[in-house]
Design a protein around this ligand. Structure first.
Ligand code: ATP
Length: 230
């Protein structure tokens, strides 16, 4: 048994792990997904011997709503699915859990839903170091704390300032540093600069096919700065 994109159980396909007990949960806006995101998911999955790593696409990223335009959830989900095609690591999976749930995308609800659907599952919530410093501002942090072990990713040479204090169960996993951000990629797309290599090939094709980010104006400072890259 494995998790389907909606987090529901489905039969394992060829090459898929049949295990479903240790599941990584990597939430994000993925606007767009990029190689930095994939490097996190692949390396945490490997380091912790996880059975699945879900890339959970936020429907309404409550911390970002109102701060800038966000591409439709279905587009962002399609990009993640396309980005995973061709990867050797078959444990990564795009998840619709938050897309299919109305309202703001709270991680507490997502973890609760996974626990309910899969009794006995062990959840590992994967977050960046900056997110780890913000945990107290999350919706129902006590529930998040109870339902998952926190996996804080760090880059070589970057010390974690403050590991989350007990009762948080946490661990640190070092992943390769890939200096790429969705913010920069939206600006690149808007300016007609190449996305190749920074974004997996399938996702680049989907961005073009769907006409995403072409008129993106939230990142004007990158255009204005004329960083000369690409
Ligand atoms: P934006 O630039 O639009 O704010 P973002 O990539 O920071 O995008 P999300 O898509 O929500 O935002 O990121 C999901 C998770 O991926 C976050 O925990 C973030 O810390 C992590 N992340 C983003 N970029 C990288 C990167 N280059 N390397 C490692 N982790 C990353």
């Amino acid at each position: 048994m494995a998790l389907g994109p909606d987090g529901a159980a489905r039969t394992a396909g060829p090459g898929r792990s049949a295990g479903n007990h240790r599941v990584g949960v990597f939430g994000g806006t993925f606007d767009p997904v990029h190689v930095g995101h994939l490097a996190v998911a692949v390396n945490v999955g490997h380091a912790l011997g996880l059975d699945r790593v879900l890339l959970v696409v936020a429907r309404e990223p409550w911390q970002k709503v109102g701060t800038r335009p966000i591409a439709p959830g279905e587009d962002r989900f399609a990009l993640v699915e396309a980005a995973l095609e061709g990867l050797e690591d078959r444990r990564l999976e795009a998840s619709r859990l938050e897309l299919d749930r109305p309202g703001p995308s709270y991680m507490a609800d997502t973890l609760a839903e996974l626990s309910r659907r899969h009794p006995g599952v062990e959840l590992f919530l994967i977050v960046g170091p900056e997110v780890a410093d913000d945990l107290a501002t999350w919706e129902r942090p006590d529930e998040v704390c109870r339902l998952a072990t926190l996996v804080v990713v760090t880059r070589p040479g970057v010390a974690l300032l403050q590991p989350p204090p007990p009762p948080w169960r946490s661990m640190v996993v070092e992943v390769p540093a890939l200096h790429v951000s969705s913010t920069e990629l939206r600006a690149r797309a808007a300016a007609g600069r190449p996305l190749d290599v920074l974004v997996p090939p399938g996702a680049v094709q989907e961005i073009r096919r769907r006409g995403l980010y072409a008129g993106c104006r939230d990142d004007r400072r990158w255009d204005d700065a004329g960083d000369g890259a690409g």
